[in-house]
Design a protein around this ligand. Sequence first.
Ligand SMILES: *[C@@H]1O[C@H](CO)[C@@H](O)[C@H](O)[C@H]1NC(C)=O
Ligand SMILES: *[C@@H]1O[C@H](CO)[C@@H](O)[C@H](O)[C@H]1NC(C)=O
Length: 451
Amino acid sequence: MRALLTAVLGTLAIIGTAHGAGTPSIKAPQLQTLPPLREQAELVDAWTEERKALIPSLLHKYGIGAWLMSQREYAEDTVFWALKEATQFSARRRTTHLFLANPKPGTPPAYSWIDNTDAVWTELRHVLEEQQPATIALNTHPEIAFSGGLHAGELDMISAALGKEWADKFVLETMLAVEVIATMVPGRLLWYKKMQETAWAIIEEAFSEKIIVPGKSTAWDIEWWMRDKIQSLNYTTWFQPSVFIVTEDDFPALRDDPRAPDHIIQYGDLIHTDFGVSALGLNTDTQHLGYVLYPGETKADVPQGMVNGLKKVNRLQDIVKDNMVIGMTGNEILKASLNQMHSEGIEGKIYCHATGEWGHSAGTVIGMTNLQDKVPVLGDLPLLKDTYYSIELFAEHFVPERNQTLKFAQEEDVYWDSETNRWEWVYGRQEELLLIKTPRADDISQIPMEL
Ligand SMILES: *[C@@H]1O[C@H](CO)[C@@H](O)[C@H](O)[C@H]1NC(C)=O
Ligand SMILES: *[C@@H]1O[C@H](CO)[C@@H](O)[C@H](O)[C@H]1NC(C)=O
């Protein structure tokens, strides 16, 4: 029954005009298909080469002589994933990389070993003796995953194998791994935009009468429809999509369990999704809102309080985007943004993070849902250019039609545009609620002829 109804409504959606999502200037987002796997591998490998080429200048920037990364199969350093080839699915045996800031003339700037004998240590010692780096950076950060990926057992092994002379030169440079992972080389943007468009298109389809049958579909039905849709497009994802009905007391982001309880979606519900897709070594992160119209209602019937709630959170997005000054720490940006938010009479929370290489990627964070004064350690890192960020936040708004204050949560990805020296939306930002439009039962004018 359900499948039949969905199919009928699907036909209706095609015949009806596209419903209003996003800014009017944005055409309806389209699903973007991926090239064959072999072409994908070529694309990704070219981006990885561009990234590897940045390493010598980053070693100079942070005053490091050499960077040593070592791991065994299935116990990879976090940085491994950003530097591997597309056809590598894990480290093999012991996989060891050494990058040098100032290689002696005629010697290479980087070395790699894949070995399961002591030869790797003999050869590594030989290279170090020849090159004499003053410092050797290891990824040993106690708090930051991206700079702390060296496994404890591997550190013991390296220290024993290289001996005290070299172990005395070990240093930690937090920003080295962070910047290597965070930097989004220019070639990636075209595909990141396509992936973002795909994410928008999936959300638009999910939050439409084609998929949602008010009174029947539950929030989790929509989550699993989104999972299947991602799979059908040969994309993957990095978190379970979330769909929930916005009420005064139910806001998953503020609870320990981010998964909201399942409920049937009803007419008049304000619904929210947090959704991302993964492909080509990239990840997106988006939150949009929708409203379930009563049968026969149109856009003009959306409660004005909800329209205004979205406007308010749009304003908060602008405030944060304008305060994201390169070189400032996440905590400084958080403070400036919250001050401006309060001075404009907005109540809300700000919790933005780097994205792209990982869903929650390397780089400073600008608030967390439970940390609005400052975020220790991560919030003290400087904001880097040539990165992608998720502007993630909510504004509270009193909705008179509900007699309730609701949290209007949004998340949109931005990229640093080195030509305009500004953050730009990767695809756009939501400025109109997605609408689930059910025709009136007696309205035969909306029923297609062929039925
Ligand atoms: C998904 O991959 C399969 C197998 O490679 C291919 O036949 C199909 O066309 C792909 N689908 C999309 C939507 O790209
Ligand atoms: C609105 O809510 C407040 C507090 O929750 C309640 O006291 C008041 O009676 C409500 N107003 C209406 C019109 O329902």
